[in-house]
Design a protein around this ligand. Sequence first.
Ligand code: UGA
Length: 455
Amino acid sequence: MVTNSDQKPTVAILGCGYVGLTTAAILANCGYKVYALEPLADRLSIIQSGKSFFYEAGIDALITEGLKREALVVTDSYESAVREADIIFCCMGTPDNPDGSSNLTYVFDAVRRIAPLIKPSAIFVQKSTVPVGTGDEIRSAFKAADVDVAYVSNPEFLREGTAILDTLWADRIVVGSDDSEAAAAVLDVYRDIEASQKAVAQTAGLSQPNHSATTRYMAMGQNAAELVKVSANAFLALKISFANSIAKLADETQADITEVMDAVGADKRIGRAFLNAGRGYGGGCFPKDVSGLIRSAESYGVKLDIMHAVETLNDSMPDYIIDKVAATTSIEHKKIAVLGLAFKSGTSDTRRSPAIAIANALVSRGADVIAYDPQALHEAKSDLEPAITLATSLEQAVKEAELLFVATDWPEFTQLDFQSLAKLSTARLVVDCMNCLDPATVRASGFDYIGVGRS
Ligand code: UGA
């Protein structure tokens, strides 16, 4: 329940992407007055109507509630967004440049626009993923505009698909600043979120996650905080590429990669998470954060060869899977259903999706591809080869297919009744690009099964 309190600082959120809109919707349900800036007209009107422009479980209910209580104001005016704000969270996008480095245009544009508008005592909190050293540049930009602002780096760790629960039950909150008072004020905002976690989850219609350890609050230097974010994403990407490297060896040695990683990950020092082999990582974060870290390190004269290897291995996975299939059956002129286009389940995001890379690679090898995704068809369209047909249902996709590629781990596919599927489709081979199916169940239904590192 929203209980607007005069004591709480007024918050501005710059940029309503995955991070900004999630943060705005949650804070508006934790008793904060939130002004959220979204410069793009089409996104603005969707949010103002009480919805998100991307699929994320629970977020629409929080936006609707926030707007109803007038705790959330969504605007395209920088002045309306920041003039009353005590704490300004910068959540502007930081896409990659063609050379892989981070493009900070949106962040610095926002800084330039808000500099003449903000209150003298305001705290500027950087949540967008930025290369180490960016905080110093932003502080210089404010200084050049004659604005004395407290600066706090506050990296974000939420995942798409579980963004609300990740924010309510965060593992850790990191703040980096040389202004300890400002850092403490930002930590207090997150303590409020933790205190409201159950009520907000209820409003969102979400159940509490199984893991619900208390959040760790970690204050450190500004550059350390900036390095935490990129290092965490790089390490997770490294774990995935490591698992995929071993999966290739498992394929050659008739070992099962899932069994291997279950046992490797049972060592508490290693941990099982992010050791799932498959078609590799995608999305709006890992690919650009890995390349951004490589470029940023280079700018300081540091070579990160290990991360080059992570990228190369990741890029190899879609073709590796197709080659594995091609070694058993021909791809050319085959009717192939690609099930799943999002970069992972739970989101409509298709940025750098390996599922799309697989669909397009199949077309380039002469296959006749029909693709289906429960949420991401619209987003996927512009990145797919024009020759690919889009199906609006699973049934339509599989009906005439000769091969089935399960390319995203949506429950709609992982919980499929394969006995019924065998009656619906003429296909007799299932390619499990994310190792998200039980091979025995698939085989028992009359299909051949190919996974990654699961011979
Ligand atoms: C990632 C991080 O997990 C978040 O902590 C971080 O806040 C976010 O990036 C960000 O920088 O904003 P996200 O991109 O939403 O979150 O997705 P993940 O769940 O991390 O998955 C990334 C990719 O790795 C997906 O394509 C997924 O399928 C793949 N993956 C994940 C694997 O291939 N194997 C695994 O074992 C785990």
